[in-house]
Design a protein around this ligand. Structure first.
Ligand SMILES: Cc1cc2nc3c(=O)[nH]c(=O)nc-3n(C[C@H](O)[C@H](O)[C@H](O)COP(=O)(O)OP(=O)(O)OC[C@H]3O[C@@H](n4cnc5c(N)ncnc54)[C@H](O)[C@@H]3O)c2cc1C
Ligand SMILES: *[C@@H]1O[C@H](CO)[C@@H](O)[C@H](O)[C@H]1NC(C)=O
Ligand SMILES: *[C@@H]1O[C@H](CO)[C@@H](O)[C@H](O)[C@H]1NC(C)=O
Ligand SMILES: *[C@@H]1O[C@H](CO)[C@@H](O)[C@H](O)[C@H]1NC(C)=O
Ligand SMILES: *[C@@H]1O[C@H](CO)[C@@H](O)[C@H](O)[C@H]1NC(C)=O
Ligand SMILES: *[C@@H]1O[C@H](CO)[C@@H](O)[C@H](O)[C@H]1NC(C)=O
Length: 552
């Protein structure tokens, strides 16, 4: 294990090389010299600190490498951050062993550049691979082992694995278990679990991060820590507080969840002319209160009316997963949700793993191996925002909302019901604070395929207008937001000196009363704020001041 290097240790010759690099980087220093200095640092650390032979050169990729653009672009999941004007990293690091991550952290600290950590690359604002400051990307895709222990009902999952790989590996071992994480199989474990990811079993089992029982992290000193050596505070923080503020998470140990032999899915829809208003109004009361085995997601999309040529309408679709058979589901909903008019022929019974493919939008009959494919079918330009609803929106207000959606024409909503287990887990249990009292979460969703700033500005503008329109109907003081639907509109840290003040703005929206504890943990484990991004957890202001004194 690597010896921790205290920040106050005497300045090493290497540090001088890097400081020189950083101070002149804007003028004469070429990326090639950074590459060489970094390699030398890796070599030195590898030999002296690990006593083992490795090939650190293979984990370093400079912008001059032919494969650099493909390597950088292959894990981009929002085309807005894959353009020629998107800031590019000085180096990409692709470790394949924990000791590589240890030396990468130690050497990255000495460069003065930011280190951005990427697992699945699905961050909606690209924070895992874009920064305005000089930066390096640490890509975790080699850390993708998934070791399932059916007897213990747990699995160790590498942060570079995708959710699809996790579901597949569990299914390979046993059809009796699944995992309560997100519905899109290409999402990465690293961002998803550290940010409090959820999926269609959250009303039964809570968030993916609620199922984490252990973790391995490389901290700012380059040490590998597990739950017992990192302590309960840091372990608490990386189950929903976002990994990027605390260190490089190598793997999580998760608890598997039991799934029945047969599950049921359905999708039904109504337009405004077909009484969508009543359906949506009732959905708000029923979906968060129904049986915990039932998850009914509601999608709202502006659409063309099928009844009146040229007229616009809103299309409300309900997509559901039920952990049981169709007969039980139909009779249950017949009683509690007659507005839905669910019939047995709307339902499809299948195994849980088949339902994963159904939710992933694969054609029926697709082989389960499709879950191992890391590439999504297509990648668009996207913007997402989030809100929480605590009081049902009235029928009259819904009518106003339809008018607004039709006027804007492109922005859709995804309503995800809470309740069930989500309402039972205490707010202090994990950083994710949106538990009891929240009926559902809203995702604002817009995707487009036209290049250029004109389309972008128009689509961002419409999304923000709809968000403003929703102000009276959603949570207040703070207006809550979901970290994994990252949205830089709600506040960013721009200035190191003010990072606590700036960080509190978005911090209380994402974490409510848990923000304070996150700041405390952050200040303890990374007082110099090495692990940072536009929306990371800030350190306490007094420490920032001391840090800037040290630097000058
Ligand atoms: C198509 C799509 C579908 C989605 N569906 C869902 C869904 O069903 N449910 C849901 O909850 N969310 C969903 N999301 C959001 C998703 O959960 C978050 O974007 C999540 O953070 C992505 O994780 P990642 O590893 O793929 O992303 P990355 O972009 O790699 O990382 C996201 C953040 O986590 C940090 N990070 C990543 N890996 C590590 C690590 N090993 N150690 C420390 N920090 C790390 C990054 O630096 C960055 O800040 C979806 C997103 C997309 C694009
Ligand atoms: C690496 O180690 C060698 C031998 O100890 C030393 O001479 C050299 O300065 C070191 N280089 C860096 C960049 O630390
Ligand atoms: C991003 O750009 C790179 C290089 O131009 C390309 O190889 C990659 O496929 C692109 N990624 C996406 C998701 O469009
Ligand atoms: C809409 O509701 C009204 C009143 O409840 C009912 O008469 C009508 O048949 C419904 N329309 C549709 C298409 O379900
Ligand atoms: C409504 O959405 C569903 C998909 O959820 C789609 O099949 C249907 O055609 C849409 N209806 C209209 C009128 O757009
Ligand atoms: C700053 O650091 C010094 C010593 O490192 C310490 O004594 C002092 O209390 C710190 N100041 C604040 C405001 O935390």
């Amino acid at each position: 294990m690597m010896t921790p290097r205290s920040p106050s240790a005497p300045v090493s010759p290497l540090l001088l090389v890097f400081l020189l690099f950083v101070s002149v980087s804007s003028s004469l220093c070429s990326p090639a010299s950074l590459h060489d200095a970094f390699l030398q640092c890796l070599l030195n650390n590898t030999q002296t600190l690990h006593g083992q032979q490795q090939e650190p050169s293979q984990m370093l990729h400079a912008p001059t490498d032919l494969s650099f653009p493909t390597l950088l672009g292959s894990l981009v999941r929002n085309r807005r951050f894959n353009t020629s004007s998107t800031p590019k990293p000085l180096l990409i690091l692709t470790p394949s062993h924990p000791s590589h991550v240890q030396s990468a952290v130690v050497c990255a600290r000495r460069t003065g550049a930011e280190l951005r950590i990427r697992s699945g690359g699905h961050d909606f604002e690209g924070t895992s691979y874009v920064s305005r400051a000089p930066f390096l990307v640490l890509d975790m895709f080699n850390f993708r082992s998934v070791d399932v222990d059916v007897e213990q009902e747990t699995a160790w999952v590498g942060t570079g694995a995708t959710l699809g790989e996790v579901y597949y590996r569990i299914w390979e071992k046993s059809g009796l278990y699944g995992f309560n994480a997100g519905v899109c199989p290409t999402v990465g474990v690293g961002g998803h679990l550290s940010g409090g990811g959820y999926g269609n079993m959250l009303r039964k089992y809570g968030l993916a991060s609620d199922s984490v029982v252990d973790a391995q992290i490389v901290d700012v000193e380059g040490r590998v820590l597990d739950r017992s050596s990192m302590g309960e505070d840091l372990f608490w923080a990386i189950r929903g507080g976002g990994g990027a503020s605390f260190g490089v998470i190598l793997s999580y140990r998760v608890r598997l969840v039991p799934v029945p032999n047969v599950v049921t899915v359905f999708r039904v829809w109504r337009t405004i002319e077909e009484n969508a208003t009543e359906l949506v109004y009732q959905w708000q009361n029923i979906a968060p209160r129904t049986d915990n085995d039932l998850f009914m997601r509601l999608l709202l999309q502006p659409a063309s009316s099928e009844r009146q040529k040229g007229a616009k309408t809103v299309n409300a679709s309900v997509l559901a997963l039920f952990l049981g058979n169709a007969d039980r589901l139909v009779s249950m909903l017949d009683g509690e949700f007659p507005e839905l008019g669910l019939r047995k022929e709307d339902c499809a019974e299948m195994s849980w793993i088949e339902s994963v493919l159904w939710w992933g939008d694969f054609d029926s009959g697709t082989a389960v191996e499709a879950l191992l494919d890391r590439m999504p079918k297509s990648v668009s330009f996207l913007k997402r925002k989030s809100d929480y609803v605590q009081e049902p929106i009235s029928r009259e207000e819904l009518e106003l909302l339809w008018d607004k959606m039709i006027e804007l024409g492109k922005v859709g909503f995804v309503f995800n019901p809470y309740g069930g287990k989500m309402g039972e887990i205490p707010v202090s249990d994990a950083p994710f604070p949106h538990r009891a009292g929240n009926l559902f979460k809203i995702q604002y969703s817009i995707s487009w395929s036209e290049d250029g700033t004109e389309a972008e500005q128009s689509n961002l503008g419409k999304t923000r207008e709809l968000y403003n329109f929703m102000t009276p109907y959603v949570s207040k003081n703070p207006r809550r937001a979901f970290l994994n639907y990252r949205d830089l509109d709600i506040g960013i840290t721009e200035n190191g000196e003010n990072s606590y003040k700036e960080g509190s703005v978005y911090g209380v929206k994402y974490f409510a009363e848990n923000f304070k504890r996150l700041v405390k943990v952050k200040t303890e484990v990374d007082p110099q704020n090495f692990f940072r991004n536009e929306q990371s957890i800030p350190v306490l202001p007094s420490k920032v001041l001391n840090m800037s004194l040290q630097l000058n």
